[in-house]
Design a protein around this ligand. Structure first.
Ligand code: CUA
Length: 156
């Protein structure tokens, strides 16, 4: 069987583009450190309850209109599960998982992230409407997954 000349040329060009793209991406990721940001904050998932700040989950006022929610996740609960913050405040959620991978999503906001055991996840959100939001787990984590939720009350 004879490959048509043009087909052969395009095949070579196609493979060449693939190889060059992989080389460029690999070079940028490893040699230039341009890989997606990796999780730098780690924690021993077995010792979450003994490790600050997760030994004291809760809502903390940390500055002028700034709040931190220190939160632990486990099948099938968020702790704390009742969160109250003022409207317009900058709220940083500092989260880790005690067991498996969970997802965190607050519908109608941009708050959406994964929480992986052994890693500390931070995500900041400002709630501009005084209403109640529900925080749900959006990563299947077991039989009680669909019951895993918390309430966020945004006060005037
Ligand atoms: Cu936690 Cu699904």
């Amino acid at each position: 069987m004879k490959i048509h000349k043009f087909e052969e040329i395009w095949l070579v060009i196609g493979v060449a583009i693939l190889v060059i793209s992989m080389a460029i991406t690999g070079y940028q990721a490893f040699a230039q450190g341009m890989a997606p940001p990796s999780h730098k904050e780690t924690i021993d998932p077995e010792k979450v309850e003994e490790t600050a700040p997760f030994d004291n989950p809760g809502v903390y006022e940390v500055g002028n209109n700034k709040y931190e929610v220190v939160m632990t996740l486990q099948a099938f609960a968020f702790e704390p599960s009742e969160i109250t913050v003022p409207k317009g405040a900058e709220v940083t959620f500092i989260m880790t998982s005690k067991d498996v991978i969970h997802g965190v999503n607050v519908p109608h906001t941009n708050l959406n992230t994964m929480v992986v055991p052994g890693q500390i996840q931070r995500i900041t959100q400002t709630f501009n409407e005084s209403e109640e939001f529900i925080m749900i787990c959006n990563e299947y984590c077991g039989t009680g997954h669909q019951m895993m939720s918390a309430n966020i009350k945004v006060e005037e």
